[in-house]
Design a protein around this ligand. Structure first.
Ligand code: PGA
Length: 249
């Protein structure tokens, strides 16, 4: 049985003060939920405030991005080691906004995933097709390219430490969620790629999160599907009540 995981991606929202206020409101609301892994990914500047606020709650804190090298002359970049030192246990890698607006390639996503793993972080590796690819029947082709490009060269041991997130780009921030059936079909396909590239055991163990307009009113339908092991939540993770409602699905 795969343990559910609900992750919130705050993107470029929330100051340190807003982060503390979020946790003060959120923590009591999820106190009774002990069968779900909870992850919150604030912006870099609020990571330490989030780590302090989440101390003792079991909530894991993630960064939203990292550089693939340990250190160097890369103005504005943050390494995996720095993220670990901030008290994080996880990091989002290859989010579609990074791929779209910051030109991240599968090869770069691969290097970042390796760097995260080498530092002991759990990478939450995102894949997903854009609308024209779905409409052009290219979804599987795109998922295969992204999966193999980012993850194909991992060792089975490394692969066993990642979380995979299927985020169809047409569903992100649009209010247009994939139906549980559409999401489950993609998850099943990704699990098949995991079986082919690694092993059937790895494929049945890997947790695959769905992301794209997850809200309190659609989470139960998604989680009811045995292919869907969790959610990566953007907009609805910013409000303590709505994120708690998703965690307590
Ligand atoms: P959304 O974002 O929930 O606001 O659609 C999801 C994501 O980008 O991870």
């Amino acid at each position: 049985m795969r343990r559910p995981v609900i992750a919130g991606n705050w993107k470029m929202y929330k100051t340190r003060a807003e982060t503390r206020a979020f946790f003060a409101a959120f923590t009591p609301l999820i106190a009774a939920s002990n069968d779900v892994d909870i992850i919150v990914a604030p912006p870099f500047t609020a990571l330490s405030a989030a780590v302090e606020s989440a101390h003792g709650t079991g909530i894991a804190i993630a960064a939203q991005n990292l550089h693939g090298l340990r250190e160097g002359a890369f103005t504005g970049e943050i390494s995996a080691g720095m993220i670990v030192e901030s008290g994080c246990s996880s990091v989002i890698v290859g989010h579609s906004e990074r791929r779209q607006y910051f030109a991240e390639t599968d090869e770069l996503v691969h290097r970042k995933t390796k760097a995260a793993l080498a530092a002991g972080l759990t990478p939450i590796v995102c894949v997903g097709e854009i609308l024209s690819e779905r409409e052009g029947n290219l979804t599987k082709q795109v998922l295969k390219r992204q999966f193999e490009g980012a993850l194909g060269a991992l060792t089975p041991e490394e692969f066993s430490r990642i979380l995979l997130a299927y985020e169809p780009v047409w569903a992100i921030g649009t209010g247009r969620t994939a139906t549980p059936e559409i999401a489950a079909e993609a998850h099943q396909y990704l699990r098949g790629l995991a079986a082919a590239n690694f092993s059937p055991e790895e494929a049945s163990a890997v947790r695959i999160l769905y992301g794209g307009s997850v809200k309190p009113d659609n989470i139960s339908g998604l989680m009811a599907h045995d292919q869907i092991d969790g959610a990566l939540v953007g907009g609805a993770s910013l409000d303590p009540e709505s994120f708690a409602a998703i965690v307590n699905f």
